[in-house]
Design a protein around this ligand. Sequence first.
Ligand SMILES: *Cc1c(COP(=O)(O)O)cnc(C)c1O
Length: 476
Amino acid sequence: MKTVFEKSNGVSGVSLTDEEIDLGFMNGAELRKEQIGLPQMSELEVLRHYKELSDKNFCIEKGFYPLGSCTMKYNPKVNELLANLDGFSNLHPLAADEDCQGALELMYKLQEKLKKVTGMDAVTLQPAAGAHGEMTGMMIIKKYFEHIGETRTKVIIPDSAHGTNPASAFMCGFEIVSVKSNDKGQVDVEALKEILTPDVAAIMMTNPNTLGIFEENVLEISELMHKNGSLLYYDGANFNAIMGHSNPALMGFDVVHLNLHKTFATPHGGGGPGAGPVCVVEKLKDFLPVPVIGFDGEKYFRNYNFPHTIGQVKAFYGNFGVLVRAYAYILMMGENLKKASENAVLNANYIKEKLKGEYKLPYDVPCMHEFVLSGDKQKEENGVSTLNIAKRIMENNIHPPTIYFPLIVHEAIMIEPTETESKERLDELINVMLKIAQEAKTNPERVLSAPLTTPVTKIDETLAARKPDLKYKLES
Ligand SMILES: *Cc1c(COP(=O)(O)O)cnc(C)c1O
C-alpha cells in the first residue's frame, strides 16, 4: 500500500482561487514562495486511503479476540457517546470545584462503586493503568512501613505472576523474592512459610492467578502474612472472573488495583489510554495520592487533606475519559456484572474442555475466566511451535491467544474468551484450533509457513527484534 505522499495527484481538496482568499492584510514578505509538499488528493481518495489502512488493523469489531490476561471484551458504544459529551470532553482540568460539580460527582460515585465491588475503604482514580496502579500501591505500602517505623525490604511474588509485578516492586526499591507454584498451579504455602521472614513487606498476588486458577489457600495465606505484620497486594487484572461473587477484602487483601480498561469495558490495546484505580483498607487511606474526590453532603470537592499522602502519581485526576466509560458500564450492567463473570467463566471452561484432547492441558482443573494450554505436544511430535500455531490462527480472522505467558508453562497458549462472545464464536476458535492440530500432523509445512494471508506475512522474528528496519522506502 502506498503512502498519501505517493498517492498525491495534485487534486486540491478545496477550490478557492487566489482572488477568493483575501491576503491583503499580509504584506508580500510573509507569504510562502514555494509549495510545502503536502499531499493533494480529493476528499473521497483521502477517505479511501484511511479506510484501507484501518482495514489492515485487527479489532474486536472485526473478529474474536481471545487474548489471555487482557480481557478483550466488547466495549459498548454508548460509553463513547457519554465520554464525548461536551461537558466532559471540553472541561478544563483546572476548572474550579464549583464549575465542574458533574465531573466530580461522577468520579466520587465511581470511587463508591469501586469500593463496593472490591470491599475496600478508600480509592484513588489517578493511576493510568494496571502497572501504574501496582507502583502506586507499592509506594503506599513502602510509606506505611516507614510511617510505623518498620524496616521491611522484601516483596514476595509467585512465579506465575505478570512481569509488571516484580518490575513495580523493584522500582519502589524492594527486593523481589519468588515463591513457587505447586502441582495444582497455586502458591505453594509450605514454600511461602520458608521465605516469610520479618523483613517481608508484602506479597503480590493475582486471584484467580495467571493460569486462570483460583488460589484456594488465599485465606490461609492472608492469615500467615498478617501474622507476620506483612500486607497483601491484589493484582486485579483478573477481576472479570469474580465480580459480585467474591472480592479482595473477603480474601484478606489490603491494597487492590483494578484495570478499568480490562474489566470495565473501555477500549484498550495499542498502548492506552487506560485507568488503574487503587483501592485500600482504612489504615492505608491517609497514604493515597491526592486529590481524592470528596463529598461534604452538599458539594463535591477535590480533597488534598491526606496527611501522609505519597503525593501525586499523575497529572490532575487520571484519565478522566476512561473513568466516564467505566462508570457508564457499571451503571448499565448493575447486578448483571455478576452474570458477566459467570459467563466469562463458563465460556473459558467450554473451550478448555473442547481443546484438551488435542492440546496438552498442564493443569486439568476447572478454570475461572481463562486457561493455559501448552503447545508441547505439537512441538515434540510435529515440530510446530506455539508461535507457529498463533500465526496460523491469525489467518482465520481470529486474534491469536496470548503466548509464552505465564512463564511456568512451556509453549504456553493462554485463552480468555470473555463473556461477550456467542457460542458460535467460541466454536469458531475451537474448530480453527482443532483444524490446526490436525494440520500440524498432516501438513506441518503449512503451519510453519503461516501467516500467508495477513497484511504482514511471516517475518524473521530474530532479525525484527535485533535489527528493526522501521524506515519506509518510497517505491518511485
Ligand atoms: C494486564 C495485566 C497487568 C498490567 O496492567 P496494565 O493495565 O496493562 O498496565 C498486570 N497484571 C496482570 C495479571 C495483567 O493481566
